[in-house]
Structure formats: structure tokens, C-alpha cells
Design a protein around this ligand. Sequence first.
Ligand code: GAL
Length: 420
Amino acid sequence: MRLKTRVAVAAVAVGTLLASAACTTSDNSGSTPKNVEVFTWWADGGEKAGLDGLVDQFKKDCSQYTFVNGAVAGGAGSNAKTVLAQRLTQSDPPDTFQAHAGAELTDYINAGQIEDLSQEYKDWGLTNAFPSGLISNLTVNGKIYSVPANIHRANVLWGNKTVLASAGITQNATTLDGFFADLDKLKAKNVTPLALGKDWTQLMLFESVLIADLGADKFTGLWNGSTPWNGADVTKAIGDFSKLLTYTNKDTRDTYDWTDAEKLIMTNKAGYQLMGDWEAADLDAKAFKDYNYTVFPGNTGTYQWLADSFVLPKGAKNAEGTKCWLKTVGSAAGQQAFNTKKGSIPARTDAVASAFPAYQQSAIGDWKSLKQVPSCAHGSACSQSMQGAFNTAMGKFSSDGNATALQSALATAASQFIKK
Ligand code: GAL
């Protein structure tokens, strides 16, 4: 598709999304508003199942209010964030929206778009309910601005067991070299060795390669300015990433969402996919059982985390209803109802592991014992502007393969957006 046509199609798509989002903001005309519009990108599969779990709990806890689903489909908020930004600019916020803990949340705080929830934390006994590191990612100048619903892990490799076995892969590789050897075995079987989607999913894959090549500490330094983006280790990682791209679905990757790439796994057309652990919930929701999972090769000992949280926007039509939603989100019952279905683990430290499916049980243990690093693709490591610049650079590299241009685009974006 030519660029002009693509821009036009995107504009129509966003227009349609805005119109449909506006329609969901239904009647709130009485003196006490009832509707609580909850804005997310959890529209299908495991993501929707997680949201539904939370909504069931909200209906019990907050029966005086009515949940209104403002979801806008598209992995990682690729469409939702555009719609949300426009609504915030037009002073038409939903009653609450999903935001990632860390730098992404700081964007909304700095723009003065969300309310301080410090008093609610005290009133609801949340101050000591979450890990202190997470609390500091939700806090600016001593004030806390959102309620976390979960912790997701990004650096997970999902495999189709039958496809892997047919290529003679019985054990998952733990190094990049071992992984390349396995990808060659899959290639020889005429399947797509590594299923991949568009820009943000490519950034996720690249981040996992950076963790493998730089190690956890230097990787974290990439996001706070202490590790340079123009170093030889990043050059090596770009080389490894470039080699990985040769094992992916070249013709479709730049148009695929993560669920399209996942479909290649589910239909025995691909061996592996790197994706966050929302994939566990999604495969379960779609009743696909023939999968296994492991940490991405070279990432052993590292938990790349991100957390979904909910906020009270300034000017929300139903602030009291939103507070009821937020209280449910932060409650033990709400976190269990949500995370059992979402593939993530509760952000609360009092969660009982045995109450969760097998994947989450292992993740609860890993979260406590492994080294934690943030994710730029999902807002814990970088601002939305930096994420946008990185996604654009990844998409460009996917089509032109120019490694020098990629590294220089990343270094330029980092120097522009990281405040030291
Ligand atoms: C992330 C979000 C997850 C999941 C994923 C795929 O940004 O934190 O909860 O929804 O996108 O859409």
C-alpha cells in the first residue's frame, strides 16, 4: 500500500474508533451518574476474559454503578492510545483508563491529566498491599496516581509442541546460538520458525535480544541513560536481531497484530513466538493446549515486567463510580478474578499462588526470585514519545534492514527523550 493511502486508511480507522468510543459513553444524565466507562484495549480472547472477570467482581462490589465497556481493539493499545489521546485533548475522558506503571504513567501525570489517589490508598489500605518497587513506579513527588491490576512478564517464548517435536526439538534452547540452531531445524521442516508481528512486537523481540547480549543491568541502563545506545554491544544485538528476522514471516509481519502471529502457532504453521504472558491466557481462552513456554534464550534469571494500572482522569464524569472500580481493581478478590483469566499475576503481595493456573504459579515464584527489568514496548521503561520513536524505527528496519540507520535512530531518540 502506498504511504498516502495508508495514512488515509489510518485516519478513517481512528475516526471510526472515536465514533464508536463516543457511542459507548451512554446515558449518565441523572443527578447521580451511574455509568462507569472503563477504557482498555482488552477486546477479545484472554484479554477480554480477564476484563470480564474484573467486571463480575465490580458488579458485586459496586452494584449501584453500571460498567460501560470502552475497549478499543488492537494489541498493546496500538489503536486505543490514539483514541485516548484525542479524547483527553478534547476534555472528554473516559471514567477510567488503562495505563502502564512507570514512564508511561508519568506522561499522564506530567500532563496533569490524572488525579492523585494518595488518600484513597490510605482509605482502602493499599499502601502496603503492593511491592515497594512497583509503588515507586506509580508515584511522582510523593503522590500516587493509579491502582495496579497485575504484573505481566514480557520475555517469554511460546512454542507449538507438535511442531517442535517434528523438528526434533525436545528441549528449549537457553542461549541465542542454541536458539539459532533450533530455528534452522524448523526452517528445514518448512514452517515459519519464529512468528512475528508489527513494530511493537518487533520491539519486544529486540528487547529480549538486548537482554541476552547486554545482561540485565546494562539493559536497564539503556532506559536511564547509563548505557549508551551507540555502543558495540548494541551493534551486536542489532546483528542478532537482524539474523532472527530471517526466520520470521517476512511478508506478513509488518501488518500482523500479536494475535495474527499467535494464529501461526495455533495452526501448526510456526514453531515459536516471543510474546508477553497474556499469550497464556489467550491460548487458554481459545482452547489451544498444545503449547509450551520458556524464558527467551539468554534471558535466564531475568523477569521483564510491566504492569497494567487504572487511573482517575481529571474531569471524569463519574469520579465516585470510578473510585468504586479502582477499589475493586486493588482488592484481593478483584486481582484474583482478573489475573486468573489474564495470564498475569496479582500485583498484591498477599496473593495465594495455589489459587492460580499452572503458568501463573510459576510466574509468582519467578517474580519474587528473578532480577526485574522494565519494558519499553509496554511503557514501564520509556515514555510514550520514546516508545513511538522506537516503534517507528523498528518498523523501518523491518523493511529496509539498515542496521546503521536503526542504531542511529535509537540513539537519537534516547538522547531526545531520556531525561538524566
Ligand atoms: C500490553 C498490556 C497487556 C496486554 C498486551 C497485549 O501493553 O499491558 O495487558 O493487553 O498489551 O495487548
